[in-house]
Design a protein around this ligand. Sequence first.
Ligand SMILES: [Zn+2]
Length: 210
Amino acid sequence: MKALILTDLQNDFMEGGALPIVGAQQIVPKINQLQHVFGLIVATKDWHPADHQSFVDQHPGKRVGERLEIKGQRQTLWPTHCIQGSKGAQFVSELQTHKIARIFFTGVDREWDCYSGFGNGLQTDTGLYNYLKERRVSHVFVAGLATDYYVKSTAMNAAKLGFESYVVADACKAVNLFPGDEGRAYAQMIGAGVNIIRSEVLLAPSPSLH
Ligand SMILES: [Zn+2]
């Protein structure tokens, strides 16, 4: 069984959102197309309490992109984004959602940030691993936002957890908080055994991925 994992396709990461990623909106039609060739689709949502410690507003005098040591973990500071229940945390309206079987929420703990759909070992397990295992998923394909954070961590965790892990490169966009982050992310993923493919391969008439 092959599963498609859609990461963080939320308003705050789109143009005009709190933490906009260049070109994020452009991948949504492609992601809708990709959904046609998968029998199982799940999604993640960044889902923060309003006073989340990754928010720069919680640390007066600090800037976005600075790293702070919070409870022994180095955390990058971001603009306030994806607050639980807010419009910014909703899926972008162009995303087809009727085939999404389950949504997994991350960043819910005030103290810990989390860039992986599986959880990060410091945060409670999101349940994604067991969910995929129960459905006998062997291959996971990750698409969405952002290549250099969420996509990378989710795909690398999947490989580490024993799944054949793929990233659909043209259905992802990077934040590039620092120049070269995207390239470094791909190098790290490849080094961790993640396969990088393009959507054309999946959208070709065969084989079926159901
Ligand atoms: Zn976040």
